[in-house]
Design a protein around this ligand. Structure first.
Ligand SMILES: Cc1cc2nc3c(=O)[nH]c(=O)nc-3n(C[C@H](O)[C@H](O)[C@H](O)COP(=O)(O)OP(=O)(O)OC[C@H]3O[C@@H](n4cnc5c(N)ncnc54)[C@H](O)[C@@H]3O)c2cc1C
Length: 536
């Protein structure tokens, strides 16, 4: 059988993979193959912003993983939805555009990763961005990733923003500007009333390039490594197993859960663990799958005394969605352009934190257990997430079958500081919900909470807290013994193999992770082009 050969093979068409495919195939002499386990992103559930409410809870376009039982969460298994579709998680996320804090990136650089400080990454945020609101030295207006204000934000956001002010949180005109602290309506990755995923921004416009091949419903079983050089991939397409060869490099962009899984399946990872599963060791790297970090969130829910301005389970709610469907399908307008998390705030609950330690996301609906638990009536919620948790978890193989779900253990709240911070963040959210700005619309809390009862609040955290969908760090960049990639994102000890996605973050960023991953991939594309030109 003739094996297909490409210059670059990219595994995973998510936030990072789409950027790489577009940037590397700009040179028509370079052949690029992008491989995605999921399918097309044409469905309205992807393109319509509010489609997330139907897809995430039910596993549509998603890997729909769960964590192993979490000791600190009363042995509950957390939910881990990850995009499995062109665009990856950028096709199933809540579209909030946040870059993180300068502190995060400067810390990466300080810890042995030259070129990854904020000032070095800023040009890549700008290169990616097409911001409809801001046109200044900190923002881009020419990039493929459309960033804009919500088309029709709910008036209920005013209650949240005014309540923030009541609680001493200033409004911030640009949370991605010079100062991150403060509250604001969300800027979203949308364009003309549709989601602007990494696929929409980078891939769709370039699908006609003859040097770019995109394979969907194609699952990479393993990276082929001979003599410590990555040569290609073994691919499963339906019942067929194929081999693709890479003349230059294999680029692993399968995300923070699947990238370490695939490295381990390919024989790169902790020696003893691979031995347990009878996987032939190609190169021992203890850090593969370690250092898992995520934003843990707790969500107090409050009912409203009106159906206006929120999503809900009621006759009026259903009528509003039916009207919204007509508006969206005809004009790309209406309530279904909502991303639900319509405003947010970055705050310090601890004085000595070097950057905001809590993010509050205000959601115009009762999001209980990722909307898997529905409640009659209408309401709103605040996601209170800890920004730089100290707990560290792992990704491990359940077995050597490439189709098995990996064992995901975020090890939430294993560091005591994380619980204290969660508690302080929950209290702040409750103070905001109790502010007079909400007086006119406030109903009962779904789960009544007493802000002065720490034991009750801690039990609420243990019984309900879960991911804010930002796992990172499992193939971390660095030069210590637990690092998986160097500052050029090349896998230590293996030639022609890089990891480029959320897994390379040495520490999690202060805020949502899509824009940071896109900036990482923009920078990586330049690093790869430089290697290609200089042979280094
Ligand atoms: C429900 C949800 C809400 C979120 N909300 C926000 C938000 O509002 N704002 C924000 O900034 N961030 C948000 N995020 C996080 C953000 O979207 C992710 O951090 C980011 O998309 C990760 O990019 P990535 O390239 O690392 O991985 P992904 O985008 O997940 O891409 C990985 C891709 O690899 C594919 N893949 C995996 N294994 C294989 C294999 N073996 N073979 C072939 N293909 C494979 C996957 O199917 C997937 O398409 C959210 C995420 C989720 C899931």
């Amino acid at each position: 059988m003739v094996k297909q050969t490409f210059d670059y093979i990219i595994i995973g068409a998510g936030s990072a993979g789409c950027v790489l495919a577009a940037r590397l195939s700009e040179d028509q002499h370079i052949s690029v193959c992008l491989i995605e386990s999921g399918g097309s992103d044409k469905s309205a559930l992807v393109q319509m912003p509010a489609g997330i409410a139907a897809s995430v809870p039910y596993g549509i376009n998603s890997w729909h993983y769960n964590t192993v039982p979490q000791k600190a969460l009363n042995n509950r298994c957390g939910f881990v939805p990850r995009g499995k579709v062109l665009g990856g998680s950028s096709s199933t996320n809540a579209m909030v555009y946040i870059r993180g804090n300068k502190y995060d990136y400067d810390n990466w650089a300080k810890n042995g990763n030259p070129g990854w400080d904020y000032n070095s990454l800023l040009p890549y945020f700008i290169k990616a961005e097409n911001n409809k609101t801001f046109n200044n030295a900190l923002h881009g207006t020419q990039g493929p990733l459309h960033v804009q204000e919500l088309t029709e934000p709910s008036a209920v956001n005013d209650c949240f923003l005014n309540a923030c002010v009541e609680q001493g949180i200033q409004l911030n005109e640009d949370i991605n500007g010079a100062e991150q602290h403060g509250a604001r309506l969300s800027q979203v990755t949308q364009h003309n009333g549709e989601r602007c995923s990494a696929a929409k921004a980078y891939l769709t416009p370039n699908l006609n390039r003859p040097n770019l091949s995109v394979y969907t419903h194609s699952h990479v079983n393993k990276i082929i490594i001979n003599n410590n050089i990555a040569c290609g991939v073994e691919l499963q397409q339906g019942g067929k197993t194929t081999t693709l060869l890479a003349k230059k490099e294999v680029l692993l962009s399968a995300g923070a859960i699947n990238s370490p899984q695939l490295l381990m399946l390919s024989g790169v990872g902790p020696k003893a663990h691979l031995e347990t599963h009878n996987i032939a060791l190609k190169h021992a790297l203890e850090g593969v799958g370690a250092n898992l970090q995520d934003h843990l969130t707790v969500v107090p829910l409050c009912k409203t005394n009106t159906a206006k301005g929120t999503f809900g389970v009621s006759v009026k709610g259903a009528a509003s969605i039916i009207k919204g469907c007509a508006q969206w399908f005809n004009k790309r307008r209406g309530v279904l352009t909502s991303n639900f998390a319509e405003s947010h705030a970055f705050i310090n609950v601890w004085d000595n934190s070097p950057a905001p330690d809590i993010q509050l996301e205000f959601v115009i609906g009762l999001v209980d257990d990722h909307s898997r638990k529905l409640h009659r009536g209408h309401g709103y919620s605040i996601h209170s997430s800890i920004m730089r948790p100290k707990s560290r978890g792992t990704i491990r193989l359940a077995n050597s079958n490439p189709r098995s779900a990996p064992l995901i253990d975020p090890n939430y709240l294993s560091h005591p500081d994380d619980l204290s911070l969660m508690l302080a963040g929950l209290k702040k959210a409750l103070h905001i919900l109790q502010s007079s700005a909400f007086d006119k619309i406030r109903g009962n809390m779904v789960y009544p909470l007493d802000v002065n009862n720490d034991a009750q609040l801690i039990e609420f955290i243990r019984q309900t807290a879960d991911t804010e969908y930002h796992p990172v760090g499992t193939c971390k960049m660095g030069n210590d013994k637990m690092a998986v990639v160097n500052s050029k994102l090349q896998v230590h000890g293996i030639r022609s193999l890089r990891v480029i996605d959320a897994s390379i973050m040495p520490t999690i960023v202060t805020g949502n992770t899509n824009a940071p991953v896109i900036a990482i991939a923009e920078k990586a594309a330049d690093l790869i082009k430089l290697s290609y030109k200089t042979g280094l």
